[in-house]
Write a protein that binds this ligand. Structure first.
Ligand code: SF4
Length: 218
C-alpha cells in the first residue's frame, strides 16, 4: 500500500536518529531514540526524578516539550535565565546557578551523523553547563538538526539555520535577524561568540542525549 508523506518522513527520521544514537553511544554518551514528543517528555521526567534543581539552557526544543511547568508542579527548583521578568542582575545570578544545578536541560544546535555535537552561544553559559558543572545533562535533539557532513557543515548549519531565527525571536540587532542569513557580523548583539564541539562525553558528566524523530527547534 502506498505510504503517506508523514509515514515516509517518519521512517527516514527513525533510520537517521537511530544511526546517530549508535554513534553517540560509541562516543560514551547515554543516547536513546524517542519516536514521539511524549516519549521524550517521559524520558526527561524520568531523568529528573532525583533532581532538586533543574537548569534550562534557553532551548526552543525544551520549551516546545512543555516540561518546565510539569517540573515546577513537582516542586523542583527551576533555574531559567530566560524568564522575561528577570533583571540583568537576576539573569546573571540564575545563569551562574544553572552551572551547578542537579540537572541541566537543553538541546544542541547540530549533531553530525557520526555523533559529534556542535553548539554556538552568545554568552557561553549553555556551552559551559553542557561540559562541566551540573550533575546530569539531558539534551533533546530533533531529527531536523542532524547534519550529513563535517563539523564545518554543522557550524554552517548553526550559523545559517539556527542562529537567524534565534536572533530574530530574541529581538537581537544582527544582520541575520533581518536577512535570515549569517553575515559573520560585528554586532554587539552577536549570538555566535562561543563554539563547542563535543567529540566524546565529557569525562565527569552523566550525559544523556535523546534523539527525537520529529522536527523541533531550530
Ligand atoms: S550574522 Fe552574526 S549573529 Fe547572525 S548568525 Fe552570523 S555571526 Fe551569528
Amino acid at each position: 500500500m502506498k505510504k503517506s508523506e508523514e509515514e515516509v518522513l517518519s521512517w527516514l527520521g527513525e533510520k537517521r536518529c537511530r544511526a546517530v544514537v549508535e554513534h553517540l553511544q560509541r562516543r560514551q554518551f547515554t543516547a536513546v531514540y524517542c519516536a514521539t514528543r511524549q516519549e521524550a517528555v517521559d524520558y526527561v521526567l524520568e531523568q529528573t526524578r532525583e533532581a532538586v534543581s533543574v537548569g534550562f539552557g534557553g532551548s526552543y526544543t525544551i520549551a516546545g516539550l512543555g516540561v518546565e511547568q510539569k517540573l515546577a508542579e513537582q516542586g523542583k527548583r527551576i533555574l531559567n535565565h530566560g524568564h522575561p521578568d528577570l533583571t540583568p542582575e537576576e539573569k546573571l545570578r540564575v545563569r551562574n546557578a544553572e552551572l551547578t544545578c542537579d540537572l541541566f536541560l537543553a538541546s544542541s544546535n547540530a549533531v553530525t551523523m557520526d555523533g559529534i555535537l556542535v553548539n554556538i552561544d552568545g554568552v557561553g553559559n549553555r556551552c559551559a553547563a553542557m561540559t562541566c558543572g551540573p550533575k546530569k545533562v539531558v539534551l533533546v535533539i530533533g531529527r531536523n538538526k542532524i547534519v550529513d557532513g563535517t563539523i564545518q557543515d554543522a557550524i554552517d548549519r548553526v550559523k545559517n539555520i539556527a542562529s537567524p531565527p534565534n536572533a530574530m525571536r530574541l529581538d537581537k540587532k544582527t544582520p541575520c535577524a533581518e536577512t535570515g542569513r549569517c553575515m559573520d557580523c560585528q554586532s554587539p548583539d552577536r549570538i555566535c561568540c562561543v563554539t563547542t564541539i563535543l567529540e566524546r562525553k565529557p569525562r565527569t558528566s552523566d550525559f544523556h542525549v535523546v534523539m527525537l524523530n520529529d522536527d523541533i527547534g531550530f
